[in-house]
Design a protein around this ligand. Sequence first.
Ligand code: SAM
Length: 212
Amino acid sequence: MRLRNVTGSEKIIAASPYVVQEPKEMKNKWKELFGISNPIYIEIGMGKGQFITTMAKNNPNINFIGIEKYSSVLLRAIQKVEAEEIPNLRFLCIDAKEIVDFFGKEEIDKIYLNFSDPWPKDRHAKRRLPSKEFLERYDQILKTEGNLEFKTDNRDLFDFAVEQIPETKWKIDQITYDLHHNNEMNKGNVMTEYEQKFSSIGNPIHKYIISR
Ligand code: SAM
């Protein structure tokens, strides 16, 4: 997802209390930023932020960080929350490829990947957020007992993600190829923008939960 360049977007992002302006300086200090020692959950590739914003409102005792690569997309997330006060929510405008420069060892309690870009060409496989290269990065920042939840309607991307697991130290704890008809895994499910769009046209949603 990439939106047109929005005039003045950089200024709005620089002035937003939701956006962490010098995120590299926060490495190993995220708890200080929130001022409270609650668990930290991150969504990588949050898009316009519907999922992470709803999760933050529903779970005030967890701190949430939404990560988005493109400022034009991040701007949409900021605009949605600017009139609200959600103290346990922050946004970062970074490329997740560099995530280990922003978070320290064991600093994160849970990682969400929702409807990640599929990068269908084989030569771009390393750019896929559930690839083994990215799982290796997540391994460096996630608590030992933490886990990662991934959902998508894209069967090719999901199959790829599942096939990556034996090549890593991760294992699949739960899996479904039809989340919305799986009572156990769908309990408390918060829909993302893409999930609403694609499930409304009948696409089944695939999901796994993995840990090490
Ligand atoms: N998670 C949202 C949802 O489910 O509605 C948005 C899904 S959208 C297809 C994927 C988003 O991930 C895009 O906004 C894209 O810019 C972002 N993204 C892709 N690669 C990224 C990366 N390496 N780092 C940070 N964000 C990334």
